[in-house]
Design a binder for this molecule. Structure first.
Ligand code: URA
Length: 254
């Protein structure tokens, strides 16, 4: 059972003292307008549910899972002294203080970034031992001189390239920047997740990545119409499904 004051504090970011004040002042009520008390109990099975704060609907939940479109120039961090953070773009969601990014995207990369309040899912979706596939699209400065991805990178990392293929500019996801200098485009699917892995793979193939976007994490795709900086809620079962090792249909693009 959840205590109401703790649940409201987690969902709104307010302190429990503030929530108690809301209750005492009659600002926090159920949907019929009956006043709520800080120590009221909420059955987890009744979540998500809605209460009213000053007459306005206030959704309460115990967990949150998001899909966001990270723009270029935003750092995958909760806090940073120098750059705007990806977290600041999801901080308006309830329970945001408990959200964790599912992996990272470089400052100069865009695309799909998942978030969840459920720590074990972050681990299952990112740890290399679970081999969860991620798909990226890249704009390249020149065509690769080698068709085969390298067996190892310069620091000994073994890249796990599931497949890669050149692609037409017209087929690229809208999240991928298309610089004027780009000579060609490609799509690559990996089940690893090493530092700067995609850039280092194409460098080892004799090319250079000018722009990079993640378009898919397991079966979850970045919707074409989700603008940069925007985020949408996902049901937990989508992330559970994504973290299942068998979820890698070979008919997926690239
Ligand atoms: N590979 C990279 O080089 N950068 C990313 O952000 C993700 C994968």
């Amino acid at each position: 059972m959840h205590r109401l004051d703790r649940l409201v504090a987690r969902n709104t970011g307010a302190s429990r003292k503030t929530v108690t004040r809301w209750c005492k002042g009659g600002a926090l009520t159920d949907r019929e307008g009956a006043p709520l008390r800080p120590a009221d109990k909420v059955n987890p099975e009744d979540l998500p549910m809605e209460v009213l704060l000053d007459g306005e609907p206030l959704p309460l939940r115990d967990e949150l899972h998001l899909l966001s479109h990270k723009p270029v120039g935003v750092i995958t961090a909760m806090k940073d002294g120098l750059h705007p953070t990806a977290f600041s773009l999801v901080a308006h969601h309830p329970l945001s203080a408990e959200l964790r990014a599912v992996g990272r995207l470089d400052l100069d990369c865009s695309g799909l970034l998942l978030w969840t309040t459920h720590g074990p899912l972050v681990h299952k979706l990112t740890h290399p031992k679970y081999k969860i596939q991620r798909t990226y699209e890249v704009a390249l400065a020149r065509p690769p001189t080698r068709a085969e991805p390298p067996a190892t990178l310069e620091d000994g990392t073994v890249p796990h390239v599931v497949r890669w293929s050149p692609m037409d500019a017209g087929d690229c996801h809208p999240a991928l920047a298309r610089p004027d200098e780009a000579a060609c485009y490609a799509r690559i699917c990996l089940d690893g997740g090493a530092y700067h892995e995609v850039k280092r793979i194409f460098a080892a193939m004799g090319s250079h990545v000018l722009a990079l976007a993640r378009t898919r994490h397991a079966h979850i795709e970045l919707p074409h119409d989700l603008a940069a900086g925007e985020s949408i809620c996902l049901p937990r079962h989508e992330l559970e499904r994504a973290s299942a090792p068998s979820d890698a249909p070979s008919s997926d693009p690239a």
